[in-house]
Design a protein around this ligand. Sequence first.
Ligand SMILES: Nc1nc2c(ncn2[C@@H]2O[C@H](COP(=O)(O)OP(=O)(O)OP(=O)(O)O)[C@@H](O)[C@H]2O)c(=O)[nH]1
Ligand SMILES: [Mg+2]
Length: 454
Amino acid sequence: MAGTISIHDKKQLERYIQGGPKQISLLYSFTIDGADSSTFHRLCDKQGPTVTVIYNTQGTVYGGYTEISWTSEDGKYYRDDHAFLFQLYRNGKNNPMKFPVKMPEKAIYCINSNGPIFEGGHDMKTFSGTLTIQNKQYTLNGSFSLDSTFDMGPCSIEQFCNNTKTVINFEVYSVSDIPQPPWREIGYWERQDLERLKNEINAWSPPRRINLTTANILFLGPVGAGKSSFFNTISSIFRGHVTGQAVCGSAEQSITSKYHMYRVRGSALTKPMKFRLCDTRGIEENQGIDGTELNYILEGNVPNEYQFNPSTPISPDTTGFVASPTLNHKIHCVCFIIDGSTASVMSEKMLEKIKALQSTVRQKGLSQVVLVTKIDKVCSNVEEDVSTVFQSVAIQELVDTVSNIFGVPRNHVLPVKNYEKEINVRDDISLLALYSLRQILRASEDFMFNLLDR
Ligand SMILES: Nc1nc2c(ncn2[C@@H]2O[C@H](COP(=O)(O)OP(=O)(O)OP(=O)(O)O)[C@@H](O)[C@H]2O)c(=O)[nH]1
Ligand SMILES: [Mg+2]
């Protein structure tokens, strides 16, 4: 059933209501259903958020929005923190205005004998009983005192509704969110999908003909970005509880001071998986890993458990330096890890440093992916439920920004939420982390396939 309201007016109401695109559908209309309060209740009760739109004889269009369902009661106030009155047209001219609720505890009043009542002090008590139609007009029998429950600012009753109660139509529309298609389709968030991914990663191995025992994945990123936490997240998923094998935390300088080539295993008794997650100290503006050190790490010269020393960079004289590394020692994929909550405000100096390191990685023909952590700090919906990540516009924009900063395709930018405050593992966090790890393993395969071709 179509109403009188135009697409332009719906867009205006959508902006007032906030929270993205809305489906606005007609529930009740004087001209179609008759001006009768019991008909209003029959068609509009228990319908969730609604918008009431009144068209008066002077070309003024105004009304009220509530996210609380109308009900048939003996008389009861309902709290609504998001209710508002509005105007769309004044005397035939477009004049959009929103009047927010200022006494939310008495935003609406439900009573079976009346139509919609926006009030606390009868701000907009529309009509009661049955109204008769005369010359295609209805005269509302409610009262409009305005400004006790809603903040009308300087808008007078004359300006709001011409101080007249003769109307040509009165409509109530239901308002609901239009579900947005995900901006990245991964298509699964169920427990069995998590088990499937775990099995797939557990069984993963480098392509046979390459003769590699493990894929070595290097984590590189600013101090505090969540590098060690990502290893802990992956380890927690396979161990079945949140673990803290890698030391994490927040400090001015890198918490991680050793180079760790971590293996992941389900328990002490099971074989490790066929990839190593190589954790490094963080990138700092004035110290930390530089191009030469990175080159040694990528080439496999740096031994596991190497203690970084800011005053003496890695060199062939370093104890344990692997002078003749094989392909098994080398890095096969670089995973830049950055903090999503500060990605767009990284300093020029930090960006320059990252770009220089990226160029070293690129020269070696290695695959690069970017893991964006702390997405729970970027979007509150995602904080509550990580499976909404690919519906979140904020995360989509973050991925676009990071893809521009790093100059990598968007499908190589992977948002994750690490385990940090949680005590138990959660399917939504685990699924996203494993999905990202699978993409990282696939990126390492790309490099290995290039080796095969050589
Ligand atoms: N809210 C939130 N906090 C996170 C997330 N990932 C990591 N953290 C927190 O960020 C802080 C730094 O995490 P680490 O894993 O130690 O970071 P790092 O990159 O290893 O840092 P350095 O070793 O110092 O270079 C810790 O307090 C973590 O709990 C995340 O996804 N969400
Ligand atoms: Mg660390």
